[in-house]
Design a protein around this ligand. Structure first.
Ligand SMILES: NC(=O)c1ccc[n+]([C@@H]2O[C@H](COP(=O)([O-])OP(=O)(O)OC[C@H]3O[C@@H](n4cnc5c(N)ncnc54)[C@H](O)[C@@H]3O)[C@@H](O)[C@H]2O)c1
Ligand SMILES: O=P(O)(O)OC[C@@H](O)[C@@H](O)[C@H](O)[C@H](O)CO
Length: 385
């Protein structure tokens, strides 16, 4: 049997990655830094995933896995050494710590089995971070010989996640997921996972990922932030409301125009990145998960500002995107640490300064003025409390 180690056993780790490898009959090991995640996984020895496919909804029970915390004694060691594939569904800011923890295990692998190879697949929505992630791993290797071995025996690859997976918390053992499109993985890889459904190795993943994050995640985040201000809790319900639907369309249309100008692709070619096939009984994804971490989402090259830069370059109207960004600056979800941090920044430094510093533009730039203006309009409508 083949072995996979899943680093990050939260929503995506359990609901997508674990479920998918379980269906293919692989040996699964989970590693998570949150002891609650591991305790819950081991409590009954199984967890449940409701899978929304295009034509049916299936309830699956996943069992027979191992699960480890990132403990000092590295209990995961044997599972790590026997897995030639590591899947890493982590937030971008978590890779440094994960690389630090795994460094010692790569040293062991080099000493015990220098001919073995490994593929690490990173599952995030942040693009162009593989060189940074690779550097985190190399920095944790003690000498040049191990680094040389690492360079020729370990492939760290990016991927494009085209599914939503939710649960009440990262440690929940009841998850929902949409299985309608594959995970697109950057080639080449050292591991053979051709027997696993939903994994698709391709060229040009950096370009395809920009297109997917801009066209899907931008409108998605706009739904979350405007939906929150209008009092909704879940994405499918918010997306039906007239004003929110108009904003989604505005963000999407500007984004598609910008993408078609910037990249050597046709409208037909981007369709699989721009829309996901509809799942049966659309899953009730939460505004909390989709809006999570507004600081990352309003950042200079992310789903909003990455597109604004292209709109400026090609003289495309981006008013809808500035309205979506204004909603992000008005997002006050108390359970989201970076939403609270944004509110503290606004209180201490004023709106204009805060917007400028987080989107990475000059205080007096046109885009900052537009966002401030949209924010004030939302306030006048009584949407900012
Ligand atoms: N859930 C989705 O639908 C979805 C879709 C597309 C992309 N993503 C991306 O997938 C990544 C994970 O999202 P999620 O929804 O599963 O988040 P999550 O919070 O549910 O799970 C992340 C897990 O990683 C663990 N973790 C953090 N640092 C770790 C470390 N150093 N070592 C081991 N474990 C560590 C956390 O404890 C947590 O359990 C994010 O980058 C997200 O943007 C998620
Ligand atoms: O994961 P994030 O925080 O970057 O973005 C939230 C959602 O937009 C995202 O997870 C989507 O559901 C997913 O990318 C769909 O394919």
């Amino acid at each position: 049997m083949k072995n996979v180690l899943i680093v990050g056993a939260g929503r995506l780790g359990k609901g997508f990655v674990g479920e998918t490898f379980f269906n293919a009959g692989w040996n699964i090991s989970f590693l998570d830094k949150d002891p609650k995640v591991i305790k819950e996984l081991l409590k009954n020895g199984n967890y449940k995933v409701r899978v929304h496919k295009t034509d049916t909804v299936v309830d699956n029970v996943i069992s027979g896995y191992q699960a480890f915390t990132t403990d000092k004694q590295h209990s995961v060691s044997e599972a790590f050494l026997s897995s030639d594939l590591l899947m890493l569904p982590l937030y971008p800011e978590d890779f440094k710590e994960a690389a630090h923890y795994l460094g010692e295990l790569f040293e062991q692998q080099f000493k015990q089995n220098p001919n073995s190879k490994k593929t690490l697949i990173c599952l995030t929505n942040k693009n162009h971070i593989i060189p940074e992630i690779t550097a985190y791993f190399r920095d944790n290797l003690t000498n040049q010989e191990t680094k040389d071995w690492f360079d020729s025996h370990v492939a760290i690859r990016d991927s494009i996640v085209r599914r939503s997976t939710d649960a009440e918390t990262n440690y929940s053992t009841n998850l929902v997921t949409t299985a309608v499109a594959s995970l697109i993985i950057q080639e080449p890889v050292y591991s053979d996972f051709s027997d696993v459904q939903w994994l698709d190795v391709r060229k040009n993943v950096a370009m395809l990922k920009d297109i997917k994050v801009f066209t899907i995640n931008g409108p998605h985040a706009a739904t979350a932030y405007y939906g929150y201000l209008k009092g909704f809790d879940d994405i499918p319900t918010a997306a039906q409301e007239e004003d929110i639907a108009a904003l989604i369309k505005g963000v999407h249309d500007a984004t598609v125009q910008a993408v078609l100008k910037e990249y050597p692709v046709t409208r037909d070619e981007i369709r699989e990145l721009e829309y996901l096939p509809e799942a049966k009984n659309e899953m009730p994804d939460t505004i909390f998960r989709v809006g999570y971490d507004p600081i990352r989402k309003v950042g200079p090259k992310d789903r909003f500002m990455g597109v604004v830069a292209l709109c400026e370059k090609y003289d495309i109207n981006y008013d809808a995107i500035t309205k979506a960004i204004a909603c992000a600056f008005a997002y006050t979800e108390p359970q989201d640490a970076n939403a609270i941090k944004l509110q503290d920044d606004i209180e201490q430094n004023g709106l204009q300064n805060t917007v400028a510093s987080h989107i990475g533009r000059d205080q007096n730039s046109e885009v900052v003025a537009k966002i401030v203006d949209e924010y004030n309009k939302l306030a006048q409508l009584g949407l900012i409390g």
